[in-house]
Design a protein around this ligand. Structure first.
Ligand SMILES: [Zn+2]
Length: 514
């Protein structure tokens, strides 16, 4: 049982964006019982002194790929040490269910491009969620249904738009996931095989959810075709009650400066009555699979077919042409299956030789299991996004358990916002930054009973030192917990004390609030 405890001495950022204020917070069991002026609550209670700290609702990570965290033996502490108590998972079309037994190898091949290899011994979402619930998790999870996983169950990794029967099958599987407690449908339209889906396929799936779910998308393009990609997402999402654009960005030097016009399109849709939200991570490098640099005609089929194409004699001359102009200093290898070459750019690996040959050699020798950090964005676009009051924060942290040198956003997103964009640059006031990390994502994703520090809410809380909170790692040396996140509690239980994770796992899988 969680106990009764009185939190004293903190400045409260309650998640609404209202100014900091001194206050006492009484926790009784798993909920916040009262919030009051200092010294005014009656009764004798055990106290926790939070002098000099800011007390806020636990942060909600609007975009995570930690679906597999509950199934790992080791505790994934990357988010809780940042003060994150709830994560939205199942993003970018990747979910661990459904699994159609006859297409298990295709699903495994797809998932292993992002997740560490694992035995997949469930079929439905209900079975997966039962496994997740039994294992427990460090943070609360709000799962989405991944379009690509649906597609592989219905039609494998085929490189064509889905025929009507396959769309019907995907809709059935989506319905099963929603009934099992998912928060909506995600898509990742740059990744094979989802990139072969047409707008109609996604529109039909969105329509099948009706107003019950949300359409969450890694859009088809984040560069030259960004406006068209936003329009497509809005068209698909219009069939649901809510469209969410994941990790909004303008990628590629030629497209820097394009973010304000994307935000304009979103504002126009909102003005027209559509419900639209979006998230960003506070970095100018992205991170995903290295193979996404390849042109689409290299990406069809399963892993073996893809590798065969990379081994063909036509490959190198074709790719040299297709990838002409790529800045190979801007492509940093983060994680590989063998752990070789991690922390080196493609230019460094090529060592004065042909970078395209180095790229192909790496993909082939690592069986496509290579994640990269790509320095592809400009600070001005990030600042434009942060200036928008609808911009929430998501880490886009890649799955735990792969080792290597993942993008530092996995370890530092939330402390970094508080350090760089609040304390140093003053881009956001502290209460507003907390709102972007708490009530805004909690509201948009229908996270139940969380996101505000108020009487009656679940006592998921974080206390941090506003003068010291900081991300610690960098791109070459990312694996460091942040500093200044002093205390975290979940449902009234202390789980982080003096920046150290104490455990045990207190997270639960959540179902959408109604
Ligand atoms: Zn994504």
């Amino acid at each position: 049982m969680a106990e009764t405890v009185l939190l004293t001495g903190a400045q409260i950022a309650d998640g609404t964006g209202n100014p900091l204020r001194a206050g006492d917070v009484l926790i009784d069991g798993d909920r916040i019982a009262a919030v009051a002026e200092p010294g005014t609550l009656p009764g004798e209670h055990p106290r926790r002194d939070l002098d000099g700290l800011v007390l806020a609702p636990g942060f909600v990570d609007a975009h995570s790929h930690a679906d597999n965290a509950p199934l790992l033996a080791a505790d994934d502490t990357t988010k809780i040490l940042q003060g994150v108590t709830t994560e939205v998972v199942g993003n970018c079309g990747f979910s661990l269910a459904p699994r159609e037994p006859a297409r298990s190898d295709e699903l495994a091949g797809f998932l292993e491009r992002l997740f560490p290899p694992a035995e997949l011994d469930w079929t439905s979402f209900a079975e997966l969620f039962a496994r997740v619930d039994a294992a427990g998790s460090v943070t609360n999870q709000c799962p989405l249904v991944g379009h690509t996983s649906l597609r592989i169950a219905a039609m494998g990794v085929a490189e064509r738009p889905a025929e009507p029967a396959a769309v019907r099958r995907m809709a059935e599987l989506l319905d099963e996931g929603m009934r099992a407690g998912a928060f909506g449908l995600s898509s990742g339209l740059i990744y094979p095989p989802a990139l072969f889906a047409d707008t109609g396929e996604l529109t039909e799936l969105a329509a099948a959810m009706g107003g019950a779910g949300r359409y969450v998308t890694h859009m088809r393009d984040e560069g030259a075709q960004l406006p068209e990609a936003v329009d497509e997402a809005l068209r698909i999402g219009a069939k649901t009650g809510h469209t969410h654009l994941s990790h909004l960005k303008a990628a590629g030097r030629e497209h820097w400066g394009a973010l304000p016009s994307a935000l304009e399109r979103i504002r126009a849709a909102r003005a027209g009555g559509q419900h639209v939200s979006h998230d960003v991570y506070p970095y100018t490098a992205s991170s995903t699979m290295l193979l996404t640099l390849l042109p689409p005609d290299y990406l069809g089929g399963d892993t073996e077919q893809l590798l065969a194409r990379l081994r063909s004699s036509a490959c190198l001359p074709e790719l040299r042409q297709a990838l002409d102009g790529t800045d190979w200093d801007a492509v940093l290898v983060a994680t590989t299956a063998s752990h070789q070459h991690e922390g080196r750019t493609i230019a460094e690996i090529a060592a004065g030789g042909d970078p395209v040959a180095a790229l192909v050699e790496l993909l082939v020798s690592e069986h496509l299991r290579v994640a990269m950090v790509h320095f592809s964005m400009h600070e001005q676009d990030l600042l434009a996004a942060l200036a928008d009051e609808h911009t929430m924060i998501g880490s886009d942290g890649l799955p735990p358990g792969t080792g290597g040198r993942p993008h530092p956003r996995l370890f530092g997103t939330f402390p970094r916002l508080l350090r760089r964009y609040v304390r140093e640059d003053g881009v956001l006031g502290l209460p507003e930054a907390v709102r972007r990390m708490t009530s805004l994502p909690a509201g948009e994703f229908a996270v139940p009973d969380r996101g505000l520090l108020a009487a009656g809410r679940i006592a998921d809380l974080v206390a941090f030192d506003p003068a010291a909170v900081t991300d610690v790692g960098d791109y070459r040396d990312p694996v460091h917990p942040p500093a200044g996140i002093r205390w975290v509690c979940q449902a009234g239980h202390t789980v982080v004390e003096d920046g150290q994770y104490r455990g045990p796992r207190r997270g639960v899988r959540l179902t959408p609030a109604h």
